[in-house]
Design a protein around this ligand. Structure first.
Ligand code: GDL
Length: 476
């Protein structure tokens, strides 16, 4: 594994330079999928399909850490019942049977007592259950938890980082010596640049963690932000100095658990061109809706394998080609253009897909140009609308019902919005100069999108620079 870039980092200690140059005893580069979002975890069948995709595309790791699986976080203390363990065992078997690494994650941070002997035993008891069904890779996650210690912990540890590092080192040492542990991953409390600057976990948390956490443990990092539009090489190089190891990227680019009205179907982008030089690995934590993740996961594999030759637009194209197979149904076959339009309208958090940019620009100009809107603009609008309607129908015909349910609600809204704009344009054509559509039969007063949340969202409005503005009168 190439660590040359780190070896060149000036000022790194001799030990760090040595480790980064020859890789020390570090395990292989991790690439794959992290099920680490809030909300309903994926089903057994979905995970099985995931493993098939990952194997076909050459990814190597699946990380099990579903935030809202009861036993992952809220009830981290209980052991699995035997029927639960049987299901997990078959998942681990499926995963490893495809040649993939299965990492089991546990998030005990919400109410943990770091210094208690009982905590150590409880964690080990759970991990031993997993070791008993063949798991060799483990993780402790301390993200999204209170960053203060109880008095009894403060009496034992000099810092929050020390408390987490000491506990993790102890657990890892037992797992390695008694349970054939191969790899241990650690998610810190400040896991992005913004949190580090805000001194989450206390001043100097990362430095102390880098110093105290066993050097064979990998540390997760999401980039400058929780959702990072880009992650620069020098950002990672500087972080590697602090952590005394290259970070393992937890990539939230395609996560949508924080905004469930969105889906992200675009290719990974904005990451360093040579991932293996700057990271211990990269795992993506994608959409809650499993079926939306085909192109994102496909693109991750291409990104990791192609390095400097990786092109997001080209990969989007080839990813769509590959995705077409999932769109079989009872009606007319889907065209590539239809799948592309569907994916384009969701794409990425910081960019619209190619078709979406064209559609939105056409919509802005026809709605804002008033009565001057040309016949050509109107027929372009009608064409978009017709394509959107046709996709709405074809979604209902899909054999893969999960794929249908993934997009149906969102597409329904898009279709209805297009119909509303069409009504508005018809009205304006019939009453030149008027820019108010008096009523739409499908939109009775008080029934427009969003219910209570819409009122809440209208109280504070986000400006283009990210600031929020309040105080405008709201019609409730
Ligand atoms: C987070 C959570 C993650 C969640 C993501 C996106 C990390 C390390 N933790 O803060 O579980 O899915 O944001 O909302 O990213």
């Amino acid at each position: 594994m190439n660590r040359d870039a780190f070896a060149l980092v000036p000022g790194a200690g001799a030990e760090l330079n040595h480790r980064m140059m020859d890789g020390g005893d570090r395990a292989p580069f991790l690439s794959g999928v992290l099920e680490g979002f809030y909300g309903r975890p994926w089903s057994h069948e979905q995970r099985q399909r995931l493993f098939v995709w990952m194997k076909a595309w050459g990814l190597n790791t699946y990380f099990y850490a579903p935030k809202d699986d009861l036993k992952h976080r809220a009830d981290w203390r209980s052991c699995y019942a035997s029927d639960e363990l049987t299901v997990l065992e078959s998942l681990v078997r499926e995963c490893r049977g495809k040649g993939l690494r299965f990492v089991y994650g546990l998030g005990p941070g919400l109410d943990i007592i770091y210094s208690s002997e009982g905590t150590r035993e409880t964690l080990l008891k759970r991990f031993r259950q997993l070791a008993g069904i063949g798991v060799t890779d483990f993780s402790l996650l301390f993200d999204d938890i209170p960053d203060t210690m109880l008095a009894q912990d403060r009496a034992v540890f000099d810092s929050f980082a020390d408390a987490q590092a000491t506990l993790s080192n102890e657990i890892w040492s037992v797992l390695r010596s008694e349970c054939g542990g191969e790899r241990f991953l650690f998610c810190p409390t400040p896991y992005c640049g913004r949190m580090e600057r805000a001194q989450l976990g206390g001043k100097g948390y990362l430095d102390r963690l880098g110093e105290r956490l066993d050097p064979s443990i990998d540390i997760f990092w999401t980039g400058p932000e929780i959702i990072s539009s880009s992650i620069a090489e020098d950002h990672l190089a500087a972080l590697a100095q602090t952590l005394r190891r290259p970070p393992l990227i937890w990539d939230n680019l395609h996560a949508n658990d924080y905004d469930l009205r969105r889906l992200y179907t675009g290719p990974i982008s904005g990451r360093p061109l040579d991932p293996k030089k700057h990271m211990a690995g990269i795992l993506i934590n994608p959409n809650c809706e499993f079926e939306a993740n085909f192109v994102p996961i496909y693109s991750l594999a291409h990104y990791v394998q192609q390095g400097a030759d990786y092109s997001p637009p080209r990969t989007f194209e080839s990813g769509l080609e590959a995705w077409m197979e999932q769109f079989g149904g009872v009606g007319e076959p889907w065209t590539k253009e239809e799948v592309q339009l569907l994916a384009s309208l969701y794409y990425l958090p910081f960019a619209d897909g190619p078709d979406a940019s064209r559609l939105l620009s056409d919509l802005r100009s026809i709605v804002q140009n008033g009565t001057e809107a040309s016949h050509t603009a109107r027929s372009r609008f009608d064409e978009w609308r017709q394509r959107i309607h046709s996709i709405a129908l074809k979604l209902t015909e899909l054999e893969n019902r999960d794929l249908f349910y993934t997009f149906n609600r969102q597409w329904w809204e898009i279709r209805e919005e297009m119909d509303l704009i069409a009504r508005f344009l018809d009205h304006r054509q019939a009453h030149p100069g008027e820019s108010i559509l008096p009523r739409s039969p499908e939109h009775l007063p008080g029934t427009y999108r969003g219910g209570a949340i819409r009122v809440m969202q209208s109280l504070l409005e986000m400006n283009a620079d990210g600031s929020f503005e309040g105080g405008r009168p709201v019609d409730v």
